[in-house]
Design a protein around this ligand. Structure first.
Ligand code: GTP
Ligand code: SPV
Ligand code: MN
Length: 592
């Protein structure tokens, strides 16, 4: 399919090491995809679902020890440890290549190696970047066909150039002890072995579009961020764009596809989804910051998705979708997950593929008793989303008015606040914290600092990453304003106070009003907070005093946070820019 000698010699080298029985090039045609689906169904790798109710939909189960990203086994192998920084795992590249070589040698014996040429961004466009993933998993091929733009057109656009990201994935024997997700930023190379799950193996996503791309972005003067992109359409037809960084499983897909509350819908407000997970941001000729979504689909969290919480996501998954680790309803050969509806299937298999008894469900042991794994996912096409933005395929992207950071915090962080300026906004991003979720292996519900939601995804030293943010601010003549939100404050009984989901629109409108100068604010030690009456609660059964509560800034708990931030900056190490230490000192003195 190509004469590109860099591509061909690399594939030869990888095939010599992994020793597949055959090599199949993925051309992007529906015929080939359909043949692969049939093959995967014949081996049990995938299950064809009820084609009347869910046309084009399939179910896949991963190994039970392989259900989330593995941050502890994810490496950034730069020539020096200092380049990778203290937050990333690091190993000397030569040592890591040697270790991996052992694991890959013969790993594809008796198997097929698929060659997937893919593009992040619109093929042939100025900002697109290309990758080739070699994998021995049909599941990976079929997911990449949804998540990225795949096929011969990519090879044509790449031409004779050596400028592509090399990705090698082998399932090997799914051995947890030898699972590695490794990035060699200087070599444009990603190597993944012993996993078959999502972000570990769909190498265009977190590995390329965040870790490698963040490294490239710093070199080339742009940004790769863990951000959704959405457009708010006003009744007069004007659309204004927001990008927002929340940690994994903290609400990006939900916010990106939100349906405004009825009072706003009636007035003519709409929300358009440009992207739900990753944004590549560049300074436009007009001096504003422009964003593209480099992906072509959604790899979304299934549990909690329903007609009310996220109608658009649910609608997107009604055709051409691959479900991973959800519950299988045997009565009608469909899928189910916790939070879909109140009718758990009586005759079903859980995410492990075992007979499932819904009466034994215990919310304190979700992994053990739920029908769907808490990190079960759907892989669905962006074009099937009812609210996909008309700008989705615009290679120039969309101009961003507001950047929003957010985390899952039961206390401390108010519903929303605005930073004083770009430098302070960078500081606000750098001190983001959130309770951990099932999206990564490890404990759930523990507060950890997750700067810009990029802690697991920065492809270089976190301190240098902060510096890059500060430098970008100087390069954007007309920068977006920077905000922070928290949908997850809880009351003493542990219930969420803010209704969230569609009602988050009310907060977005305040944010956009701040950007256009239409809304007032109160200055507090942490930034500008809305006046309670400026959050529109029309049609919402909530007392204004509850809004007041949600907006309070508790000095004592913020001072505790300051101590924790100091510890975190120390951990990031001596690359943390002086400007951020100044911001930290200023925050402490304002609180004091
Ligand atoms: P990744 O795909 O892992 O990056 O996750 P994400 O950031 O896209 O998170 P997603 O939108 O899938 O939401 C994750 C979980 O948070 C789901 O269980 C949602 O139901 C829940 N959630 C999302 N938005 C809200 C909200 O506004 N309020 C509350 N209480 N829960 C929310
Ligand atoms: C995340 O964990 O942030 C995801 C899912 O979006 S994964 O592709 O597994 O990274
Ligand atoms: Mn994500």
């Amino acid at each position: 399919m190509t004469n590109n000698k860099y591509v061909l010699s690399w594939i030869d080298e990888m095939a010599a090491m992994t020793q597949p029985d055959k090599i199949v090039w993925i051309d992007g045609t529906e015929e080939q995809a359909e043949a692969l689906r049939a093959e995967a169904c014949s081996t049990g790798e995938m299950i064809k679902l009820n084609q009347e109710k869910l046309p084009g939909c399939y179910l896949h189960r991963t190994a039970v020890n392989d259900v989330a990203r593995v941050e502890g086994r994810t490496y950034i192998c730069t020539p020096t440890k200092e380049e990778a920084g203290n937050i990333n795992n690091w190993m000397d590249p030569a040592e890591m290549y040697a270790k991996l070589k052992k694991l890959y040698t013969g790993a594809m014996k008796g198997r097929t190696m698929y060659v997937i040429p893919y593009s992040m961004g619109v093929v042939g466009s100025e900002f697109a970047k290309y990758g080739i993933e070699l994998t021995d998993s049909i599941y990976v091929v079929l997911n990449m066909l949804i998540m990225t733009r795949v096929g011969t057109s990519v090879l044509e656009a790449l031409g004779d150039s050596p400028d592509y990201v090399k990705g090698l994935h082998a399932k090997a024997d799914l051995d947890e002890e030898n699972r590695y997700i490794v990035h060699f930023p200087q070599d444009n190379t990603i190597m993944s072995v012993n996993s078959g799950y999502g972000g570990n193996v769909l190498l265009g996503k977190k590995c390329f579009a965040l870790r490698i791309a963040s490294y490239l972005g710093r070199k080339e003067g742009w940004m790769a961020e863990h951000m959704l992109i959405l457009g708010v359409e006003y009744p007069n037809g004007e659309v204004r764009y927001i990008s927002a960084a929340f940690p994994s499983a903290c609400g990006k897909t939900n916010l990106a596809m939100l349906i405004p509350p009825e009072v706003f819908r009636k007035k003519g407000y709409k929300v358009w989804c440009v992207g739900d997970d990753i944004a590549w941001l560049r300074v436009g000729k007009d001096g504003r910051l422009w964003a593209i979504n480099p992906e072509n689909g959604f790899f979304g969290v299934a549990p909690g998705t329903n007609e009310h919480s996220n109608y658009n996501a649910l609608a997107t998954t009604r055709k051409d979708t691959i479900f991973t680790n959800v519950c299988h309803n045997l009565d009608d050969n469909t899928v189910w997950w916790e939070g879909l509806d109140d009718n758990p299937p009586k005759n079903a298999l859980n995410w492990r593929g075992e007979k499932w008894d819904y009466t034994k469900y215990d919310k304190n042991d979700k992994v053990g008793t739920s029908g769907a794994h808490p990190n079960s996912r759907f892989t669905a096409k962006a074009i099937n989303c009812p609210c996909i933005s008309p700008e989705f395929n615009n290679p120039a992207g969309v101009p961003i008015d507001a950047i929003v950071f957010g985390g899952r915090r039961a206390k401390t962080a108010p519903l929303v606040y605005q930073s004083f300026n770009w430098q302070h906004g960078t500081f606000v991003g750098s001190i983001m914290a959130s309770e951990t979720t099932a999206a990564a292996a490890g404990a759930v519900g523990v507060v950890r600092r997750d700067p810009m939601a990029m802690r697991p995804f920065a492809g270089y030293n976190m301190g240098d990453y902060f510096k890059h943010w500060l430098e970008m601010g100087k390069k954007i003549p007309n920068p977006p304003k920077i905000f922070h939100v928290n949908w997850f404050r809880t009351d003493d009984a542990g219930h969420f106070i803010w209704p969230g989901f569609g009602d988050n629109m009310r907060v977005l409108l305040w944010i956009l009003d701040r950007c256009s100068g239409a809304a007032d604010a109160v200055e507090t030690p942490i930034g500008y907070v809305p006046k309670a009456e400026d959050i529109n609660i029309e049609g919402l059964d909530i007392d204004i005093n509850v809004i007041r509560d949600l907006l309070t800034v508790d000095k004592a708990s913020w001072l505790e946070d300051v101590e924790n931030i100091k510890e975190f900056y120390k951990l990031v190490g001596d690359h943390v820019p002086a400007e951020l230490y100044e911001e930290l000192a200023a925050l402490e003195s304002r609180l004091g």
